[in-house]
Design a protein around this ligand. Structure first.
Ligand code: UD1
Ligand code: CA
Length: 470
């Protein structure tokens, strides 16, 4: 790690109280990522000397979700306030090699690494004990207000204790502050919880610094969005909308048509090639990648899947954890999942479910079919209503359908079973034995037709009626 002169401490121990949630706020999802991931990635991108995260509520889950090389977790057993969270980190901060420590709230997902680096730079130049990242908001409700005397920053007052006059201050504390490490450690002990919130507030340090005649600087950012906090589910939805809008715009600039960005849900990590068209109601989630010239029609959900070029997905299809090769067509109402591979120009039609299977080049399964644990060769045709009976009640068994096979409609293929190259099966067959290449398999009882029997039936009494009378 390069010597940066600063380390970062992320405060992430709190519970999502204003979310009315039992879960850690860091674990709530925002545009396809965990909320905590945003600040963490911004922090990492600045290359700090050390990176710490204070955790508490749901600590095991949080640890598991965010663990990565170079990140040190610090446990805060009771969440007694942002100041207390930093006090908990004292031992680590004493060992920390950097002269500056940037403290971040975990719930500012739009924060950018450049803004953090600018904050550090301004702090370095100002020779202040602390530099607060601030911004001006139209509606500052809920945030700590920056109290200035002249141009000097004298304190931060939290919403709860602000006077009506202070509530009118529109410059707010982003919750992101750069400290001189020695001053932070020297005065941290002076924080107390004797206030309206009964918490140790990190923000009280500003007044304490002033009392000790230490300089406090502020770095106001013009684009207030970069420091917006997510304190309740309404703000979560607002930021989600903003992130999705940005993502759609970035794709559009790269040559993707997003027919209605307001009604399209594209996660941050999704990629799509030029001339691809995404219709309304589509969700592209997780690590989904689309090639060029794809057409994703209305109301499809595609997660963690990769689609090559010229793939068409018709309305209401679901694709998860699968790979679709170029020229393939899926849907409407197709469901493709669990590591399925669909090869070039294959066609999966309506009400067809494909699970953990490989469908070869040019193969078609167009109607009402289940293919599970199956390997299909090239240019096979699967008749409507075919089912691979893969589960025997204990384990899953494989079905192999070789090149050029024609499966008649309504077949039950009882796995394990193999249908040899170029063979065909009669409609309505229950195939439980392997079929060698170039054969015809018929596995159904012969039809019996009784002429004139229909008339006989209509004359017979209703058997149900008989029973009641007896
Ligand atoms: C905080 C600031 C406020 C600022 C706002 C910006 C304080 C006292 N207030 O208020 O001035 O305008 O952020 O968004 O700092 N946390 C812990 N341990 C605790 C308490 C909190 O780790 O004991 C963590 C939370 O998980 C969260 C962060 O600190 O990530 C901020 O806590 P939160 O309760 O959201 O503070 P705000 O009331 O928003
Ligand atoms: Ca907050």
């Amino acid at each position: 790690m390069s010597e940066q002169n600063f380390s970062i401490l992320i405060l992430a121990a709190g519970k999502a109280t204003r979310f009315r949630s039992e879960h850690s706020k860091m674990l709530h999802r925002l545009a396809g990522r965990l909320l905590g991931e945003y600040v963490l990635q911004a922090a990492q991108a600045t290359g700090p000397d050390c990176l710490y995260m204070v955790i508490g509520h749901e600590r095991e889950e949080v640890r598991k979700a965010f663990a990565r090389p170079g990140l040190v977790f610090i446990e805060q057993n009771k969440q007694l306030g942002t100041g207390h969270a930093v006090m908990t980190a004292r031992a680590e901060l004493e060992k920390c090699p950097s002269p500056m420590v940037v403290v971040l709230v975990g719930d500012a997902p739009l924060l950018r690494p450049e803004t953090l680096l600018q904050l550090v730079e301004i702090h370095r130049k100002s020779r202040a004990a602390a530099t607060i990242l601030t911004t001006r908001l139209e509606n500052p409700t809920g945030y700590g207000r920056i109290v200035r005397v002249g141009s000097r920053v004298r304190g931060i007052v939290e919403e709860k204790v602000a006077t009506p006059a202070q509530k009118k201050i529109r410059e707010i504390n982003s919750g992101i502050l750069c400290f001189s490490r020695t001053h932070l450690l020297k005065y941290l002990g002076e924080l107390s919880d004797e206030n309206a919130q009964k918490e140790y507030l990190l923000t009280d340090l500003i007044e304490i610094f002033n009392q000790h005649r230490l300089r406090v600087a502020a770095f106001p950012v013009a684009d207030s969005r970069v420091v917006l906090g997510v304190n309740d589910r309404l703000e979560l939805a607002q930021i989600e909308k903003l992130l999705r809008r940005r993502k759609a715009e970035a794709l559009m600039r790269d040559g993707v048509t997003v027919v209605n960005p307001e009604a399209t849900y594209i996660d941050q990590e999704v990629e799509a090639g030029p001339d691809t068209v995404i219709e309304p109601g589509v969700s592209l989630l997780g690590r989904t990648r689309l090639g060029r010239d794809c057409h994703i029609q209305s109301y499809c959900t595609i997660s963690d899947s990769s689609l090559a070029d010229r793939v068409t997905v018709r309305p209401y299809s679901l694709i998860a954890n699968s790979e679709i090769a170029s020229g393939a067509t899926l849907g409407p109402f197709a469901r493709v999942r669990d590591g399925t591979v669909i090869e070039e120009n294959a066609r999966i039609g309506n009400f067809v479910e494909v699970k953990k299977s490989r469908v070869g080049r040019g193969t078609k399964a167009l109607h009402l079919t289940y293919l599970g644990d199956a390997t299909l060769g090239e240019n096979a045709n699967i008749g409507a209503g075919t089912v691979t009976c893969n589960y025997d009640g204990v384990k899953k068994n494989p079905t192999v359908i070789e090149d050029g096979v024609f499966i008649g409609s309504g077949n039950m293929l009882v796995a394990p079973v193999r249908i040899g190259q170029g063979s065909y099966t009669a409609a309505g067959s229950t195939i439980s034995e392997d079929v060698p290449p170039d054969s015809l398999a018929i596995a159904r009882s012969r039809q019996v037709t009784k002429k004139g029997r229909a008339k006989h039936r209509s004359q017979a009494k209703d058997p149900a009626e008989k029973t009641t009378k007896a």
